[in-house]
Design a protein around this ligand. Structure first.
Ligand code: GLU
Length: 478
């Protein structure tokens, strides 16, 4: 049985890279009818952000990445929040100490800071110097009795090599002298992430681990832990980074793309999931649109690319617009509605939604597109001049002056009636459509680009506002 886990740290918000990890992890499990587990990795109390767990839970719910075991719902391998598992780790760390694969370290911060400074001076990577490795049992006992705080460090050999396997990168061998004697258990007996993840993945029977490529350098240390315990090593899939451009990573620090930012900007959850699935994975066909169900069917982790992918917001925008076009009309209307707050009462909001659905790429574009409905912009007369429509300021003045009485003489402001009035006027005068419709649309919207045609706009505004705007235009044109 395949068991995968998404193991986020509650550090604030759902970065797109993390969400992609969650998605791939989910897909691997679901494709094989396996289990997808959520585990919260909150042992690093300094990075902990209040409320962050709720954000993780909400995003998973929103995107449909439903977990089979995890916080709130439980499961056979709980608890699923690492801080609630604190009591579990110590005995494993002690076992490693007994075996000689770990040791107590009593070094104080000032000594460690000195080592760090030295490393910086010598331009080398900081590595703990195994100072406490050779403390005798008696000395250790005494220090503990004296209440001296200690951590437990992994004891990595300085000779030989360690080899591990990754699905994308193949077999990787590193010299052991590169491996830091990382801390496994902190002074407060809380495990570090580096230790807890191995213990938990084993205890939770995790078979496949998807994580960011930044963890490749830790993998040999994890490998040594698995080997020390004689545990089966899970299958590793280290995903390449998502880049902002050729050189910069999409990073939390730059405030780049978090899932919630995208939602706030008016992207649809389904479009985001579809887009990020393709950020680093390609299907066998040329198909680009996938529902979550289709992703489950088509995803295969061997097709994840080894090279980084660039987060192309234009492509996401395009994809989002396609999703918007295909949306259920009522659903679109409900989502668009919150942007209609200041729109005048008489305006038919359902029609407005219909006019917008094929026009917007993201929902937050709505206010700019419909601002003219609230207030007539202070437009420039040049908007009436349109080469293709063969309109000029003069011709526009003439058309609007002739149209005004037609609009004044009717009370039927249905689109049908307005269309037929305009069509009769156009054919009676043997004008081209654009020659008449362009100036009306400009007069009503005050813009060269707006949703809907002349009749739709006049219908939205109804009689009073339509006449008012046409009169304003005629005055301006005079
Ligand atoms: N807690 C780690 C993070 O949020 C997860 C890494 C892993 O998948 O092991 O980056």
């Amino acid at each position: 049985m395949i068991r995968t886990r998404f193991a986020p740290s509650p550090t604030g918000y759902m970065h797109i890279g993390n969400l992609r990890t969650a998605l791939y992890t989910y897909l691997i499990a679901k494709k094989q009818n396996g289990k997808f587990i959520l585990r919260i990795e909150d042992t690093d109390t300094e990075r902990y952000v209040h409320g962050a767990i709720d954000i993780i839970l909400d995003v998973l719910k929103d995107t449909g990445l439903n977990y089979d075991e995890g916080p709130n719902i439980g499961g056979d391998f709980g608890p699923y929040v690492q801080s609630e598992r604190k009591h579990i780790y110590e005995k494993y760390a002690e076992k490693l100490v007994e075996q000689g694969n770990a040791y107590y370290c009593f070094c104080k911060d000032d000594r460690l800071s000195k080592l760090r400074e030295e490393a910086l001076k010598n331009n080398t990577v900081f590595k703990y110097d195994k100072h406490c490795l050779n403390l005798t049992k008696e000395k250790i006992k005494k220090k503990i009795e004296n209440g001296e705080p200690y951590v437990i460090r992994q004891n990595n050999p300085i000779e030989g090599t360690t080899t591990f396997n990754d699905i994308l990168y193949g077999e990787i061998t590193v010299p052991n002298f590169e491996l830091e004697d990382m801390i496994l258990l902190k002074t407060d007996k809380m495990p570090t992430y580096n230790f807890a993840n191995v213990i938990d993945d084993h205890l939770m029977n995790i078979t496949h681990i998807v994580r960011g490529k930044e963890y490749l350098s830790s993998a040999p240390k994890y490998q040594r832990l698995y080997e020390a315990f004689s545990w089966e090593v899970p299958t590793y899939i280290h995903c390449p980074h998502i880049m902002k451009n050729e050189t910069e990573k999409l990073s939390k620090r730059n405030g780049d793309a978090s899932y919630n930012d995208l939602i706030e900007k008016g992207y649809l959850s389904e479009a985001i999931i579809n887009y990020i699935a393709l950020l680093g994975w390609s299907p066998d066909s040329n198909e680009e649109f996938f529902t979550l169900e289709e992703l489950i069917k088509n995803f295969n982790y061997e097709n994840i690319s080894k090279s980084s992918s660039i987060f192309d917001i234009k492509k996401l925008k395009w994809m989002n617009s396609e999703y918007i076009k295909k949306m259920d009309k009522e659903k679109f209307h409900n989502m668009a509605y919150k942007y209609y707050e200041n729109i005048p009462k008489q305006i038919d909001k359902h029609l407005l939604s219909e006019m917008l659905q094929n026009r917007i790429e993201i929902f937050t574009q709505i206010p700019d597109i419909i601002d003219f409905l609230i207030e007539l912009p202070d437009y420039d007369l040049s908007i009436f001049e349109h080469k293709k429509m063969k309109t000029t300021i003069e011709s526009s003045k003439k058309v609007l002056t002739e149209i005004l009485p037609i609009f004044e003489n009717t009370n039927d402001y249905s689109i049908e009636n307005l269309n037929s009035l305009l069509n009769s006027y156009i054919s009676e005068n043997s004008y081209k459509n654009g020659f008449v419709l362009w100036p009306i649309r400009c007069a009503l919207s005050g813009k060269i680009s707006s949703p809907g045609g002349s009749s739709e706009l006049a219908y939205l505004f109804q009689k009073d506002e339509t006449l008012r705007r046409i009169k304003i235009a005629i005055n301006k044109l005079n």
